[in-house]
Design a protein around this ligand. Structure first.
Ligand SMILES: Cc1ncc(COP(=O)(O)O)c(C=O)c1O
Length: 418
């Protein structure tokens, strides 16, 4: 299964825009948001130019908007591996907005003295909403820490925190600073056995690996499409029976069932059109990667795209990590072993002994390389690692459109800066 890198890069106009040094910009800021293929932008443009209406009317543009709305929910269910056919999908402004909404609704069923569990591997979007909901309900919060010797969350550590009082376990699928992919399936099983619900943040996992909601058997899982070449939206997939049982915070005329119960106000139809195009982008990529002539379902094609891109992304990560290891004074905060690349996404965070992270990021920017410095909202991770919270790390985050030549450029520039 060959990854068609040239074809991929041709789909993204931003990748060919020249930066300050008359060379194309190098995007290593992907964990904060990716570039967008032409097809996604065109779909958004068409929807707002020709299908701009609210839902539920008898006229044509309203019917078109309704089709976009329902189709976006259905294709997201397929993308995330849920059999719910759109029923368990909630689409809103962002993962953070969705998590605030669901933390309120879930907390309605908590009693003072109950407990919830968060992790130190999580972005604050999967921490603060729970801390605040817990405070409002008098619920105790316990923290599952990742182990620093292998950068992973461990079932034994969760076992020690679970109790009959645990109502919810909020888990991280891939860490936005260390890049670790947490093996969450056994953690979800333990939480379920203890009678707790599970809420998974897959924001950094979904751009790099195929999400399989049904196989995980969690209650809720969230991601954000602007991290995987789509529009600025957050998406939740939940077990339909959980959504049905939950009392939503909503206005009275809003539906009492299905997705609409949790989606506040008028849907962003043009962004939903972009979301459909983004899922089709993955399916088309998968068909371009497949070895056989077989006609693949959308889900099978998407799986094919992820399988091919993982091989490419692992090659990028391997080259970047080994190049960084040759530069004196750099610490990599995450998994580095070549035989453990399956346990990480290609997000590699570093600090350097004699330069601040901000200085490095600014110097890279001046050389046409985009990346972020700071804690990147991974407050719990940065605190556990004892990092300077102000300065944090330099986060070099790759996506499937990055090239080995770009990795070499970044390494060359870092060598010069340091
Ligand atoms: C792991 C993780 N979770 C949550 C978020 C928040 O996502 P959103 O911007 O959609 O609220 C981010 C954003 O960077 C993230 O990396």
């Amino acid at each position: 299964m060959e990854f068609p890198l040239e074809k991929v890069r041709a789909a993204f106009p931003a990748l060919n825009v020249e930066g300050r040094n008359n060379t194309p910009l190098v995007y290593f800021d992907n964990p904060a948001g990716t570039q967008v293929p032409v097809a996604v932008a065109n779909a958004m443009s068409d929807a707002i130019l020709y299908g701009n209406a609210n839902l539920g009317g008898a006229f044509d543009t309203s019917k078109l908007a309704g089709d976009i709305y329902h189709h976006a929910h259905r294709v997201m269910a397929e993308f995330l591996g849920s059999p719910c056919q759109g029923e368990g999908i909630v689409i809103a402004q962002s993962m953070t907005a969705i998590t605030y909404n669901f933390s309120r609704a879930l907390a309605r069923n908590w009693q003072a003295d109950d407990e919830i569990i968060i992790t130190s591997s999580d972005h604050d979007g999967n921490v603060s909403p729970w801390l605040q909901a817990a405070k409002d309900s008098g619920v105790r919060v316990r923290t599952l820490r990742f182990r620093e010797d292998d950068w992973q969350l461990h079932p034994d550590d969760l076992k020690a925190l679970l109790s009959p009082k645990t109502r919810l376990v909020a888990l991280n699928h891939a860490n936005n600073m260390t890049g670790s992919i947490n093996n969450i399936a056994p953690l979800i099983t333990l939480a379920r056995q203890a009678g707790a619900q599970t809420y998974i943040d897959a924001v950094q996992y979904a751009p790099h690996r195929l999400v399989d909601f049904a196989a995980l058997d969690c209650d809720y899982l969230v991601c954000s499409s602007y991290k995987f070449f789509g529009p600025h939206l957050g998406i939740l997939v939940g077990k339909p029976e959980r959504l049905a049982a939950l009392e939503a915070y909503k206005v009275r005329p809003a539906p009492n069932f299905g997705s609409g119960k949790f989606e506040h106000g008028t849907p962003q139809i043009e962004l939903l059109a972009g979301l459909i195009a983004c899922v089709e982008y993955f399916a088309d990529l998968g068909r371009a990667c497949q070895n056989s002539e077989e006609t693949l379902s959308r889900r099978a094609a998407i799986a094919c795209a992820f399988a091919a891109q993982t091989v490419h992304e692992n090659a990028l990560a391997r080259t970047l990590i080994s190049g960084l290891q040759q530069i004196k004074g750099i610490t990599i905060h995450g998994i580095t072993a070549d035989n453990r690349l399956s346990e990480r996404v290609p997000t590699i965070s570093i600090t350097a002994t004699r330069h601040s992270s901000q200085d490095i990021a600014e110097q890279l920017a001046a050389r046409g390389i985009s990346c972020w410095s700071g804690h990147n909202y991974a407050l719990e991770t940065a605190t556990q690692l004892g990092l300077d919270l102000e300065d944090g790390v330099v986060r070099l985050g790759m996506a499937h459109y990055n090239t080995l030549a770009e990795v070499e450029t970044v390494l060359k520039q870092l060598n010069e800066i340091l």
